[in-house]
Design a protein around this ligand. Structure first.
Ligand code: DX5
Ligand code: ZN
Length: 228
């Protein structure tokens, strides 16, 4: 599996957003992760589609991964696609027709993803995997950056990786998000995750590029070592 590192813009200095986006690109990150919070599905508000537009303008070659923490992602999916989302992820717990929303995303030629809160069983996404390019496991309660990693999510990562392999869906990307640093990324990789979102850990680094390279190397080494 390709190991990918995605800095979360939520942890950037909002006084210098364009510079922060360029810093992510210069650090050779695989994508920029954009967290959309509606103050209903989660208790916090972040930003809307205009931030995706800004990323497309400032760093057009940096892949845009958009994570919708919204009660009604179906009502906004097209707006984020129009804004330049290249992967659009929404929560399986959202109040919408999950099949229909995944189909809309795929029909627009955008990669689709489902997200699970830490308390949601991995099996909640099993019925939808044929319409999903990736599954994101939240390793904190969604809503805020800078929280502590929840290791109880690790068995679910392993469960989905084993299920996907058994179903012939070996190309499914499994992402983790929340409290990711070098140690927790290594644990997630060992359990079968191959995409790693990190906010506060990466943005606080003086040399983000060196740390992303290090994280990629560690995760490549650890990937799948605990899936059996
Ligand atoms: C939390 C967001 C995360 C957040 C991660 O709801 O989905 O993407 O930015 O931040 P850290 O890495 O600081 O936990
Ligand atoms: Zn996120």
């Amino acid at each position: 599996m390709k190991i990918q590192i995605l800095p979360s813009l939520l942890a950037a200095d909002f006084g210098h957003l364009a510079e922060e986006m360029r810093r992510v690109e210069e650090a050779r990150a695989d994508a920029l992760h954009l967290d959309i919070m509606d103050a209903h599905f989660v208790p916090n508000l972040s930003f809307g589609p205009d931030m995706t537009v800004l990323a497309r303008r400032v760093v057009p070659d940096l892949y845009r991964n958009v994570h919708l923490m919204m009660t009604r992602p179906d009502l906004y999916a097209e707006r984020f696609i129009d804004a330049g989302a290249q992967t659009l992820q929404f929560h399986v717990e959202a109040d919408c027709d999950v099949w229909a929303a995944l189909k809309v995303i795929r029909a627009r030629g955008v990669r689709s993803g489902l997200v699970l809160r830490p308390q949601t069983p991995a099996s909640a996404v099993f019925p939808y995997l044929k319409l999903c390019d990736e599954v994101l496991f939240m390793t904190v309660n969604p809503g805020y950056g800078g929280q502590a990693f929840m290791s109880e999510v690790l068995p679910k990562v392993r469960e989905l990786r084993c299920h996907a392999d058994a179903c012939g869906l070996g190309a499914l990307d499994i992402m983790v998000d929340g409290g990711i640093n070098l140690e927790t990324a290594a644990l997630c990789a060992a359990h079968g995750a191959n995409q790693f979102v990190a906010g506060s850990f990466l943005f606080k680094q003086s040399d983000m590029g060196a740390v992303i390279t290090q994280m990629r190397e560690i995760c490549t080494r650890e990937y799948g070592t605990k899936t059996r």
